[in-house]
Design a protein. Structure first.
Length: 464
């Protein structure tokens, strides 16, 4: 995304996050289908840095394991004692002593910052030849944040809230914790940081003052949308950030031609793909790597996780996880598609049907009240109401194969492993335990017999 490729990006992710009140490391809490760290790393990777370093501390094992899956090329350094943000960056640079050029520092708990904002920060920094360029924002309520003190357009210093006097507290411009530094001057300033402050920590923002006192260029870039820079420190702030992200994602899809009828009740993860002319109805969640093709309609009241919906398909009041729904197929209402489900073109899965690890061919139907597991159904076949594929014997799963143009009667139990050949029929109420040859009728039920006069003998004449 940028010609100004920084030498390194350092992500600060060592904080304890006590206000989250969780056994999960703070930066691993999720919104929009990604952890906070995942969002930050994705934005950082847009800069195409030569090195990506994540500083870990509390919950380091969790964070390191998550990072190995998220970005195997990233490296971690441990801040065993949290002695401030300046201390954290110094530890990170100890492993990058050969690096020269621009070093970007970002907090790991600010998941809403866009790649475009980071790119603009680096571009301004390098164009000005600055020692430090900080990203700032004008907050409606700056309480608790470090204030940016300027003299005209020049940034003089950053003052932490606890160290600020009344005049500084009236400033609404805050330091967001995102910086671009020149590596050499950064190393020199980090060696001069003091803990003589209210928190007894090495403050990274003090680098601004040190560089200014040294006569170096210090710049500040005010972010266009202050909400991008907000950090997450508790569950309330996480929920607020999730709503902001939801609105951003929904807006992008709508501008790209997707119809979202009620954006406030529609939650779409950041890795979901939706093609133009698809429609998403109210109370719908699209999660993971879900793909919705052109002309499909999903919802209302549906949750799809890592599921593909083909062109022109309709999915309503359905839960699906790891399924593939073919073009022009119909699913729902009240259907459950479990992992490994594949529906062909024009297939139908109707009300109160559960399907798992099964393939349902083009034009085939499982209209209602059925369970289909570990089965293959050919084309143009119909599964009657109340049918159960009995796939599990208590130890192992077994396969059922149903051919093309098959009619399975209502209230059948298909006891796997069993095969019903092309064009075969099964009688209603049957337990099918043996293969049915092509074109044959399988009957697996006891013969009915009627006992005349039974009611009168047992209960007396009707009405007496």
């Amino acid at each position: 995304m940028t010609d100004a490729r920084p030498a390194a990006v350092v992500v600060l992710a060592a904080g304890e996050g006590t206000r989250m009140k969780s056994a999960t490391a703070k930066v691993l809490h999720e919104l929009g289908g990604r952890s906070m760290l995942g969002h930050v790393v994705a934005a950082a990777r847009a800069l195409q840095p030569e090195h990506l370093v994540v500083v870990v501390g509390h919950g380091r094992d969790q964070v390191t394991a998550a990072l190995a899956e998220l970005d195997p090329q990233a490296t971690t350094v441990v801040q065993a004692e949290q002695n401030g943000t300046g201390h954290a960056v110094r530890i990170a640079l100890d492993g990058l002593d050969h690096v020269e050029g621009t070093v970007v520092v970002v907090p790991g708990d600010a998941p809403l910052l866009t790649p475009a904002t980071l790119v603009a920060l680096v571009a301004q920094h390098e164009a000005a030849g600055a020692a430090t360029t900080l990203l700032t924002a004008r907050y409606p309520d700056p309480t608790g944040y470090g204030r940016v003190v300027r003299e005209g357009p020049d940034v003089l210093r950053v003052v932490e809230h606890k160290d600020a006097d009344d005049a500084v507290l009236r400033i609404d411009e805050i330091a967001t914790g995102h910086y671009a530094f020149a590596a050499g001057p950064l190393r020199e300033a980090l060696g001069k940081l003091s803990t003589d402050n209210a928190q007894g920590e090495e403050y990274l923002p003090d680098v601004v003052r040190l560089h200014k006192d040294a006569g170096l260029t210090v710049g500040g870039r005010v972010v266009e949308h202050w909400g991008e820079t907000v950090g997450v420190n508790d569950r309330i702030q996480l929920a607020v950030a999730a709503r902001v992200l939801r609105d951003r994602v929904n807006r992008a899809h709508m501008l790209a031609g997707v119809a979202i009828l009620d954006p406030e009740t529609t939650w779409i993860d950041v890795d979901v793909v939706i093609e133009p002319d698809a429609t998403v109805l109210p109370n719908t969640q699209l999660k993971g790597t879900t793909v919705v093709r052109r002309g499909a309609v999903v919802g209302p009241d549906s949750t799809l996780t890592s599921t593909e919906v083909g062109e022109g398909a309709t999915v309503r009041r359905t839960t699906a996880d790891g399924a593939v729904i073919g073009a022009e197929a119909t699913v729902g209402p009240y259907s459950y598609l479990r992992p490994g489900t594949r529906l062909g073109r024009g297939a139908k899965v109707g009300a109160y049907v559960e399907v798992k690890a099964s393939e349902i061919g083009d034009g085939s139907k499982v209209p209602h009240l059925a369970y289909v597991g570990d089965a293959t159904i050919g084309e143009r076949s119909n599964i009657g109401a109340g049918t159960i594929v009995v796939n599990y014997d208590g130890r192992a799963k077994h396969k059922t194969k149903i051919g093309d143009d098959v009619r399975v009667g209502s209230n059948n139990s298909l006891v796997a492993p069993v095969t019903i050949g092309d064009g075969g029929y099964t009688a209603a109420g049957s337990a099918i335990t043996n293969d049915v040859p092509p074109g044959a009728l399988g009957v697996g039920r006891a013969r009915q017999r009627n006992i005349e006069g039974w009611v009168e003998r047992k209960r007396g004449k009707q009405g007496t």
